[in-house]
Design a protein around this ligand. Sequence first.
Ligand code: ADP
Ligand code: MG
Length: 427
Amino acid sequence: MHSVTGEGRAFAALDAQSLGARLQEIPAVAERVGPDSSKWKIREVGDGNLNLVFIVEGPAGGVVVKQALPYVRLVGESWPLPLKRSFFEYHALIRQEARAGVGTVPAVYHFDERQALIVMEYLSPHVILRRRLIEGAMPPKIGRDLGLFCARTLFQGSDLCMPTRKRKEDLALFADNVELCDITENLVFTDPYFDAKMNRHTSPQLDAVVAELRADRDLKVEAQRMKHLFAAKAETLLHGDLHTGSVMVTDADTRVIDPEFAFYGPMAFDVGMLLANFWMSFFAQPGHERNGDRAEMREWLLGVAAEIWSVFRTEFARLWRTERTGILYAKSLFEDQEDALGSEQALNAMLAEIWTDLLGFAGVEVHRRILGLAHNADFETIEDPDLRANCERPALRFGRQIAVNRTRIHSIDEVNDLARIIAGEGA
Ligand code: ADP
Ligand code: MG
């Protein structure tokens, strides 16, 4: 169990000096780290884009302390962002743990709403999945673990499962996460397709393909249709930022972190964003071949994408058959009338729709990571700009194909084949 407080002094950002004294007052911390803060070792993690993250270790153990700031940490005070994102992160973490299971996210020990501060489990020796993929590592459990995580959280946060009052209360609660939704709405769905101020891309190498994409009417229409779905289809509680930088792993354990973008949106969004990040890793691998050939790694990545989708479908179907207790597709219409086939037909229609939509979300996710503000390390760590562009260019074409042709692509094998073909065509 965790403790919660909203009382106490006005918000004050932590620093390494004040942290010990302030955290010592929180029983949930002292219990886990040890009572005497002079024996603690505190360091800032420092790779967060938006927030402060500290690791606090002591004689009894360690915790992570994550605190929101009233602005975007990466940019500074010129870009204000409300503290309440911490509130949404806390509420999402406890729901994800309840739905996907203990050990799928960091356990929450304490939440202080006023200080916008979450004390949580210190994941160690876990490493951010994206970093492992750049190194060429193949953590064996991620396909299955992430497929299960998506199916369980997305199914159980929806009208397929939740009691209608609770579901509507949560819809209302997360509807207030306006500012973070606004970031996604602009950064993901719109900025990549025009000359937005904060955009950047590998230039001049990609200039021609960028001009081509911005002139691509079918693509822009499709991206806006995806944005429409994102904004209007309040279907389930999303993680909202589910990429390989939001997953920490060891070979034996997979944890999803950082759900501050959580809100009610379409199921396909989380799955599409996640798969896109594996496909991007696939396209980035030739940029990391200095330390050895990545042919096996590339096939493994496509295999992980296929496994996530296959595990997702199987688990979603299992939940559909066993935990369909919400207001949708009532059993009285199907199973109770000996019409199991009707229920399967509805399930298949739903999975088909998730599939079509996830391809659209995946396509725009690829584009925004190469053309927008928030790039990913898979490409960014390729230092030679020509080599980087030669990885990014086919990824952009791939993103365009899956977004525009999303209703005409029927299986993950087709998508993986398309990735191989486009990568093989060369830059
Ligand atoms: P932000 O929202 O600012 O991006 P994250 O939640 O992604 O912050 O955390 C930033 C970094 O801190 C992560 O990339 C990871 O290295 C580290 N980190 C975050 N949470 C934990 C945790 N529970 N245990 C260990 N390390 C963590
Ligand atoms: Mg974050």
